[in-house]
Ligand binder design. Structure first.
Ligand code: NAP
Length: 304
């Protein structure tokens, strides 16, 4: 019987593991892919208190090492089921079945797709969801970034240092991402903004060679590109746990700042929960709050 089982080894999950271990609870963290979550792909974090500049990879690695050094066990298995059995919870993976007193869901989110024909088959052949992973393949080439949030802006900025030309294609005429990053991007001469437009077709065989772009008025144009980086948001990964938690219409786990779900002993932390500010610092804060609640629950001293 595990005291606290954490699903997800991103900033929220690993912070929860650190807090739970410091309270001397036995902790198992399950991670479906690699530790660090979304932040591992961020080239430079400059909005985390005290760390003026740190790469996402370094941040995630330090966090992982800190949790492990404190005694958290981390296993790379995907949690596919969660249910209650008597007074404890059961988490199932393709390899194992784990029993835990409390569970913290910190599963983050996955890339939203544009939903275009051949979007999957062109992955790695011109289509990418990660500029820091694949940007180097596009040195001195022409690329486009789809989206208007912080990820799209940061991707475009990163690519502007490598590629010859970067098109930023956004479906509205105002960016969603931070003004400071947007201003920095607007200073770059090799970045061209295409407003009120969507990518509507992927052209080229066997690699992407061009994209079809359609504006709000219905005008269609073709832009030759070597790569398209899709950064149109993320989708929470909560469906496997819907039996014990409520989800909103976007699939986010319904919980307030207290990270409590409708099931006592089940908590949600980080990007996967309903919240207004999805940032590294708020993910870490959620990890601390959820772990503290879970510690109380395991100790029988409340929540809830
Ligand atoms: P996001 O903020 O949800 O932005 C998604 C963007 O994609 C929006 O501009 C949206 O357009 C557009 N979009 C959504 N669906 C689309 C579709 N089907 N076709 C075309 N465009 C579409 O997602 P994100 O940029 O991945 O960021 C996720 C969260 O992480 C945000 O809270 C963000 O602030 C945070 N983040 C923070 C940092 C940082 O602090 N350094 C870095 C990266 C991300 P509309 O604007 O019209 O809705």
């Amino acid at each position: 019987m595990i005291d606290i089982l954490v699903v997800g080894a991103g900033p929220a999950g690993l912070t929860a593991a650190i807090y739970a271990r410091r309270a001397a609870k036995q902790v198992l963290v399950l991670e479906a892919s690699t530790y660090g979550g979304q932040i591992i792909n961020t080239p430079d974090i400059e909005n985390y208190p005290v760390a003026a500049h740190i790469s996402g990879f370094d941040f995630a690695t330090k966090l992982y090492e800190q949790a492990v050094a404190l005694g958290a066990e981390i296993r790379f298995e995907k949690a596919t089921e969660l249910f209650e059995e008597g007074d404890h919870k059961v988490v199932v993976t393709p390899k194992n079945r784990y029993e835990a007193r409390a569970v913290i869901l910190a599963t983050g989110s996955e890339n939203r797709k544009l939903g275009l024909e051949r979007e999957n088959t062109l992955l790695g052949k011109g289509i990418s969801y990660c500029a820091t992973c694949d940007g180097a393949f596009y040195r001195k080439k022409t690329v486009a970034v789809a989206g208007g949030g912080n990820t799209a802006l940061e991707d475009a900025l990163y690519l502007a240092d490598l590629a010859e030309t970067v098109y930023l294609i956004h479906r509205r005429d105002a960016l969603r991402g931070d003004a400071a990053t947007a201003e920095e991007l607007k200073k770059r001469e090799n970045v061209k903004f295409i407003w009120n437009s969507n990518v509507t077709k992927l052209l080229g065989e066997p690699r992407l060679q061009a994209i079809e772009v359609t504006d709000k008025g219905g005008s269609v144009s073709t832009i030759p590109v070597d790569g398209l980086f899709i950064a149109v948001g993320r989708i929470p990964e909560n469906q496997n746990f819907a039996g014990l938690i409520d989800l909103d219409e976007g699939g986010y786990a319904l919980a307030g700042e207290d990270c409590l779900t409708r099931t006592p002993g089940v908590y949600v932390a980080g990007d996967t929960r309903t919240k207004t500010v999805r940032q590294l610092v708020t993910a870490a804060a959620d990890g601390a709050v959820a772990a503290t609640a879970a510690i109380h629950y395991v100790n029988g001293t409340s929540n809830r």
